[in-house]
Design a protein around this ligand. Structure first.
Ligand code: FES
Length: 171
């Protein structure tokens, strides 16, 4: 039995899983709907908590290792909590040539983050690098949650972060 299986089989209060129950119901508890179920769970929690994965496995009547295997196979799924705003900086070839690294450095500096610690303590921002966002014509590219920003500069991205922080403080 894996550590995951050993650690996640304890019962957890049902009310924590109301949303997961609804997602499972929407997908008729079908194991073949595992990927859309995990996508919906991640939308809800912004990541895939281990106890929720175990709950999904029970709900689908499949081994927890299978759910965990799918969750770890696809890079789209996150097993660690992410910030409310996920800043994804492209460092594919086109973006790298157009100086993506100074953008990354400016973002790290602005948020006090690094490649080792990529989420702010207040859980507002997570910074990730990706290989190619498929928008090379717009290089260098930064995506903040679902919003794609092309031909960005370090200053422009830092300004976006400032604006998000101001908006969050005001709300
Ligand atoms: S290399 Fe950055 S979008 Fe393709």
């Amino acid at each position: 039995m894996t550590t995951f299986e050993q650690d996640t089989m304890q019962p957890t209060p049902a009310r924590q899983f109301e949303k997961v129950c609804a997602i499972l119901e929407q997908n008729e508890n079908k194991p073949q709907r595992l990927i859309p179920i995990l996508q919906a769970v991640q939308e809800e929690y912004r990541y895939l908590p281990e106890d929720v994965l175990a709950f999904v496995a029970t709900g689908l009547d499949v081994p927890p290792a299978r759910v965990y295997g799918v969750a770890t196979f696809y890079s789209h799924f996150a097993l660690e909590p992410k910030g409310k705003y996920c800043i994804r900086l492209c460092d594919g070839t086109a973006c790298h040539v157009k100086r993506s690294i100074p953008i990354l450095e400016a973002v790290y500096r602005r948020l006090g983050l690094s490649s080792k610690r990529n989420t702010t303590a207040d859980m507002l921002f997570t910074v990730e690098t990706v290989a190619c966002l498929g928008a090379c014509g717009l290089a260098p590219v930064v995506v903040i949650n679902e919003d794609v920003h092309g031909q960005v500069t370090p200053e422009a991205v830092v300004k976006m972060i400032d604006e998000i922080e101001e908006r969050e403080k005001a709300s």
